[in-house]
Design a protein around this ligand. Structure first.
Ligand code: ZN
Length: 158
């Protein structure tokens, strides 16, 4: 595994729509492993492939209840709303309140290529929604309804 460089806002790779993964080969598995390591190294709770410069529909998430590896994820159910402060490893030092669903169900392929799904509520729903936005080239700061200043830089980052 290896730590990859995190692409920062301003790089156009973050504004592009990612392509579906057609085949889960060793490069995809290596990418998943590297993204996970890079996310943990950056103290993030999620990371999407374009954040390491790869335009594939892949994201990793860990909000404290275990690692979730999402390949070709699609939100198939969404309900309610919540407004919480978000940050992003690709938009350092910027935090703001964003409106997200309270609960989502996401369908995806796991690393064995099996179609499966998981439910997320609270911060997990936020994180799933934030990472899936990355796969469509959308950064959270475009959705911020109120920016927030922090004294230190310890807020969780997606
Ligand atoms: Zn992000």
């Amino acid at each position: 595994m290896a730590i990859r460089n995190i692409v920062k806002k301003g790089d156009e790779v973050l504004n592009k729509r990612c392509k579906e993964v057609k085949e889960i080969n060793t490069r995809v598995l290596e990418l998943l492993d590297d993204m996970t390591e890079t996310m943990y190294e950056g103290n993030g709770v999620g990371l999407a492939a374009p954040q390491v410069g790869i335009l594939k529909r892949i994201a990793v998430i860990d909000v404290g209840d275990g690692l979730l590896e999402l390949i070709n994820p699609v939100i198939i159910e969404s309900e309610g709303e919540q407004i919480e402060v978000e940050g992003c490893l690709s938009v350092p030092g910027v935090y703001g309140k964003v409106k997200r669903p309270q609960r989502v169900v996401v369908e995806y392929l796991n690393r064995d290529g099996e179609k499966t799904h998981t439910e997320g509520t609270g911060i997990k729903a936020i994180c799933i929604s934030h990472e899936l936005d990355h796969l469509d080239g959308v950064l959270f700061d475009e959705k911020v309804i109120e920016f927030v200043e922090y004294e230190n830089d310890e807020k969780e980052k997606d």
